[in-house]
Ligand binder design. Structure first.
Ligand SMILES: [Zn+2]
Length: 332
């Protein structure tokens, strides 16, 4: 086995060529929305860099100790730095620890590799500390970073990295890949490909944990039902979020609702490609019937309210009050 990642052939070719031509850079930044396969591709690159029995230059065997330990993120020369939970802040101490470890010679492979996951969560001090490493990279060290976007990184960091953009795949192509590769029914594969909006890593996780996909569909169905509810019913729904700790849960709910609104807008503007681009294909007829009742402008307005609610949610507002306010803006 060697490189095995769907939808990023071009990026793989570049990385493989860097090894082939002995032009591997000091640092790489893999940019893309979560679930597009950033960590997977970084780990496979680390395998290609450190495999002890590569079947061909730029490839990796997947079987040697280096390959297996890297894939499991348990290789002594692979130092993984990330926040404990996604969405929190990466601080300077973590980077100092990394700097210290990287300054030692590799234990048993050619390169010592620092893998910095979700580096856009690093605060200013942590970024400045990494910049120091990038300015004078220790010998035998490679740095691999992942991030949602380049916007929250210091330009001096991105300019010192080879930036690789990972884009979501076309849902139809992803469906056939998932059907072949994971031998699942095409309906389940199609549903995962659409729910993930073409993000291969997310789609695979939905196939492995079908209850996650069910939850997304349930939340989307609830959103569609709200259109036919009266104020009392809507407020009863909002009371599910009375507890302040439900903020995180509400954020997830509202992100699903954003995708529902996108589907409604697709129906409302009536493009030919509507069915191919939907997120919730299992709710196709429900979405179509809600979309037929209101104007495109009403959906756009609702999307604006939804985006604003998500911003306020970050500002310590009671989740129940916030949701009540949002639900009052749903047309009745
Ligand atoms: Zn190997």
């Amino acid at each position: 086995m060697s490189w095995d990642i769907f939808g990023h052939d071009q990026v793989v070719n570049i990385l493989r060529n860097h090894i082939l031509q002995d032009e591997v850079r000091h640092a790489y930044l893999f940019v893309g929305i979560p679930g597009t396969g950033r960590r997977t591709i970084a780990l496979q690159f680390a395998q290609a860099l450190n495999c002890s029995e590569p079947p061909a230059p730029g490839e990796f065997c997947g079987k040697c100790r280096n390959c297996r330990q890297i894939a499991a993120q348990q290789h002594p020369d692979l130092i993984v730095t990330e926040t404990e939970t996604a969405g929190t802040i990466l601080k300077i101490d973590e980077i100092r620890d990394l700097q210290h470890t990287l300054s030692l010679a590799p234990y048993e492979s050619r390169w010592r590799i620092g893998l910095l996951l979700r580096f856009d969560e690093a605060n200013q001090n942590a970024q400045n500390a990494l910049l120091k490493i990038l300015e004078e990279p220790p010998e035998n060290v490679k740095l691999l970073l992942t991030a949602d976007s380049e916007n929250s990184l210091l330009p001096t960091i991105t300019s010192r990295c080879e930036v690789m953009h990972l884009f979501p795949a076309n849902p139809a192509q992803l469906t056939s890949y998932l059907t072949d590769r994971y031998q699942v029914e095409s309906k389940a594969a199609e549903s995962a490909a659409h729910l993930s909006a073409g993000r291969v890593g997310f789609a695979i996780s939905l196939l492995k944990e079908p209850e996650k996909a069910e939850q997304m569909n349930r939340t989307a169905a609830e959103c569609l039902e709200i259109f036919s509810q009266n104020t009392r019913e809507r407020f009863r729904y909002a009371s599910n979020f009375k507890d302040f700790k439900k903020r995180t849960e509400l954020r997830e709910v509202l992100h699903v609702w954003q995708s529902v609104m996108r589907d409604l807008l697709l129906f409302s503007t009536g493009g030919k490609l509507t069915a191919q681009s939907l997120t919730f294909i299992d709710l196709c007829s429900e979405s179509a019937s809600v979309a037929a009742k209101y104007s495109t402008e009403q959906f756009r307005e609702l999307i604006r309210h939804l985006n604003r609610s998500l911003e306020y949610l970050d500002a310590n507002v009671s989740p129940q009050l916030l949701l009540e306010e949002l639900l009052l803006n749903f047309p009745s």
